[in-house]
Ligand binder design. Sequence first.
Ligand SMILES: [Zn+2]
Ligand SMILES: [Zn+2]
Length: 243
Amino acid sequence: MKFRGILITLAMLIFVGTNSCKKISEHNKINPHALLSDDKYSKLVVEIQSFEGQEPDANTLENIRTFLEARLNKPDGISLVSNTINPERASKYSLSEIEKLEQKNRTIFSSNSKASIYFLFVDGEFADNANGNVTLGVAYGASSMVIFENSIKQLSGGFGQPSTTILESTVSLHEIGHLLGLVNNGSNMSLAHEDTDHARHCNNNNCLMFWQSETSDFIKNFFGSIPALDENCIKDLQKNGGK
Ligand SMILES: [Zn+2]
Ligand SMILES: [Zn+2]
């Protein structure tokens, strides 16, 4: 009987092990080229998961869809799936805490011909914020992004500030840019344009991939609209399977 107990335990361990390996390997298949091209994945599902009360607005979702449709080769379509979660709240979140929230709550993963990327809109702020510089979003891993929605709301919608939609959209599109390999982050540069002081960012201060687009510094140089990708960034995406 004891032997049988060990066997059952072993079987359970193998099952759990296989299950978690599957998720990890699905993540590993995703890289900027797989996201941009239709070589492996002909469609994309974007999971938008938000803490209750921190959901992005409908215009931001539309801006995300428009941006992806303009740059990705996904002949079978791009869809957005939104849902909310209600975890215990904290005032600050470290990246490892964000990753734990994703592991617990993310529901959609890449499989077969479907690629998936994940947004988590949280309240509270990034634990790494220091010296008055507030990080509004972070892309991490191969397919994941966190948006600090509460920080965005505090810096938008008021006099002289961008609208919440514009700031939310700018940060969201900037983080997608990182997942797509910008700048020098998995999509090779056609022309050298990485900011020497801010790795993985574009040296053009009018470009969406300028480093300020994901920080509170964005509002200092705000010109009234969502920055677009400049020519150099678009060329990098096209060279790596995008359009
Ligand atoms: Zn960035
Ligand atoms: Zn650029």
